[in-house]
Design a protein around this ligand. Structure first.
Ligand code: SF4
Ligand code: SF4
Length: 381
């Protein structure tokens, strides 16, 4: 969930009340919710025009699909309560062939915030839609400040082209005198590029971008194991400190992951996870999943009469019951590598060479056991 600081669009009373109730229901670990999700994630497509060396799409038997527009529209009853729609998952969401139509439709709910992550290559093509249909927030992924580094990691990427597009976006925002979209840069830190993180802060400054966010790389492919930052705290700390200095000097907001050994999750498989309460994640195959980092297909949202039925389905109740319970949680959560919830004290958050990597979008039964009819934990009123 993006912090309030990033969004200019105010929340309605209905959204505020829903979010409050959702917080309460999450804290009390209810499994059947009266609240709607605070965020609905639509993986618009899992196609991509890049072949980044670390991308899971390159490590799996990946089946591509575009999310039908009808699935997005079927959630209309959620849109006055949810705070945000996020339009990405695996793949480059902006390649959805009907993106402008989807943005236009979502913009008929004027207080619903719209956000996506992009590889930046499509920015010139989608720029008009971004302004016309009020995209609130765009995160652009860049993994180096030299073409040698960035373009070798982000195969298909062109650092100079992406920088030109970002500058144009920022200039156009100023020319139109608009306060959206908020733009940030996302940097996936690994051994070969971490020394360029301070430079990424400078690049943000030079392009007029107010924020840089760094995340650790999780490695699934043995060929990349030398890129792991596990047990390299000295290297990480040195470059994090240098990046912080640059950020302070240039007044750039810098978000860094915790250092290995400093996670409050200690030895737990992951930090407390709020995703199955806060978010409703719909993959491009129209299957709900626990989050982007889990390949567990819970249920097809097209098979149920209403999205409300899907939100409180036995499968969603099951994941709410299981996600934070070390005895019940599915393997995907036990091996959580999600940038928000992973326990970065543990090797498995950085390296998962023996696991099967995520998206197995074949016909497959859901792997989460359905919750029993009375799934509420004790003590919940
Ligand atoms: S741009 Fe994103 S989805 Fe596409 S290959 Fe790179 S990491 Fe994967
Ligand atoms: S994989 Fe991690 S972030 Fe995703 S639902 Fe499981 S615990 Fe939460």
């Amino acid at each position: 969930m993006k912090t309030e600081r990033l969004f200019k669009t105010p929340l309605s009373e209905a959204q505020r009340r829903n979010s409050e109730l959702n917080h309460i229901e999450c804290s009390s670990r209810r499994t059947v919710l009266e609240s709607y999700p605070r965020r609905i994630v639509f993986e618009l497509t899992n196609k991509c025009n890049f072949q980044c060396v670390m991308c899971g799409r390159e490590s799996a038997d990946f089946k591509t699909s575009d999310l039908p527009v009808s699935v997005v529209k079927s959630f209309r009853s959620f849109f006055q309560f949810a705070e945000e729609t996020t339009l990405h998952g695996w793949g480059e969401g902006t390649l959805h062939p009907r993106l402008p139509e989807i943005l236009e439709y979502l913009n008929t709910f004027p207080l619903l915030r719209k956000y996506f992550v992009t590889n930046g290559s499509t920015l010139p093509k989608i720029m008009e839609s971004v302004f016309e249909h009020h995209v609130d927030l765009i995160a652009v992924s860049l993994d180096g400040v030299t073409p040698e580094t960035n373009n070798a990691i982000r195969k298909g990427g062109d650092l100079h082209r992406e920088i030109r597009s970002i500058k144009r976006l920022i200039l156009e925002k100023e020319r139109r005198n608009l306060d959206y979209p908020y733009v940030n840069l996302v940097f996936t830190a690994m051994a070969r590029n971490i020394r360029e993180l301070p430079g990424m802060v400078r690049l943000a400054y030079e392009t007029g971008v107010p924020e840089v966010k760094a995340v650790y790389l999780t490695i699934f492919n043995g060929g990349l194991s030398g890129e792991s930052l596990f047990d390299r705290q000295d290297l990480v700390k040195r470059h994090f400190d240098a990046a912080r200095e640059e950020a302070d000097r240039l007044n750039i907001y810098l978000k860094l992951p915790e250092l290995q050994g400093e996670s409050e999750a200690a030895e737990l498989p992951h930090k407390p996870c709020a995703f199955p309460w806060r978010d409703f994640y719909i993959g491009s195959d129209a299957f709900a999943r626990p989050c982007q980092s889990s390949a567990d297909r819970l249920l097809s949202v097209q098979d149920l009469a209403t999205p409300e039925d899907a939100w409180n389905s036995r499968e969603m109740q099951g994941i709410r019951l299981a996600v934070n319970d070390p005895k019940l949680m599915p393997a995907s959560c036990r091996n959580c590598y999600h940038s928000t919830c992973a326990n970065w004290n543990l090797k498995k958050s950085f390296l998962q060479l023996n696991g099967s990597f995520a998206p197995e979008w074949g016909a497959k039964d859901p792997v989460i056991p359905a919750a029993p009819a009375s799934a509420e934990p004790e003590g919940v009123q």
